[in-house]
Design a protein around this ligand. Structure first.
Ligand code: PRP
Length: 190
């Protein structure tokens, strides 16, 4: 049997499960309630901007628990490598194209914050487009990795500086379909 066809090879590549499917479910419930509460008095259109690809499972679970009308948009961005001249800049591969942003409350949905560069620049970029409000929601946060100051408005869990996979998070594009967040065994990537 090849590695790819073994049903549980992905789980065996984890040295530890950081968040089980049940824990993720509780987290998305808590975040959805906090989001509802934050926007309950707003008359603007709530728009979830999902940052591809890693945020997809989180966004789909989260949005179904938010009991308020909302719309969905997608962006795909990548940050330039640290140390380059444009450090802190982001490259936009798929943009948000709508003309009613001043009438929208935008909530950016991310799977993880690491250096903070992506969300810091993205927030700035959307603010410059005169969005009514911009807030951020992340499933995971690694505060010890921060290179630029950034604090998300909604955060599922702070985690240590480990290589995490699953529930959208990848290693070389694999493991995104795991239903939990795990720590990848170092021998897999070293
Ligand atoms: C990850 C994550 C964030 C970014 C966070 O995306 O989804 O967008 O990195 O890192 P930062 O805080 O250092 O900017 P990635 O580039 O891995 O793309 P993917 O979601 O398609 O896997």
């Amino acid at each position: 049997m090849t590695k790819k066809t073994c049903a549980f090879y992905d789980e065996r590549d984890c040295k530890q499960i950081l968040l089980s499917a049940e824990e993720i479910d509780s987290i998305t419930t808590r975040l959805a309630q906090a989001i509802e509460n934050t926007y309950k008095d707003s008359e603007k259109q709530l728009v979830l901007v999902v940052i591809l690809k890693g945020s997809m499972p989180f966004a789909t679970d989260l949005m179904r628990k938010i009991r308020k009308p909302l719309q969905l948009e997608f962006m795909k961005v990548s940050s330039y490598g640290a140390g380059t001249k444009a450090s802190g800049e982001i490259r936009i591969h798929l943009d948000l194209l709508r003309e009613d942003l001043p009438d929208c409350d935008v909530l950016i949905v991310e799977d993880i914050i690491d250096s903070g560069r992506t969300l810091s620049r993205l927030t700035q970029l959307l603010q410059n487009r005169n969005v009514n409000s911009v807030k951020t929601c992340t499933l995971l946060d690694k505060p010890s990795r921060r290179e630029v100051p950034f604090v998300p408005d909604f955060c599922g869990a702070q985690i240590p500086d480990e290589f995490v996979i699953g529930y959208g998070l990848d290693y070389a594009e694999d493991y995104r379909n795991l239903p939990f967040v795990g720590v990848l065994k170092p021998e897999i990537y070293s």
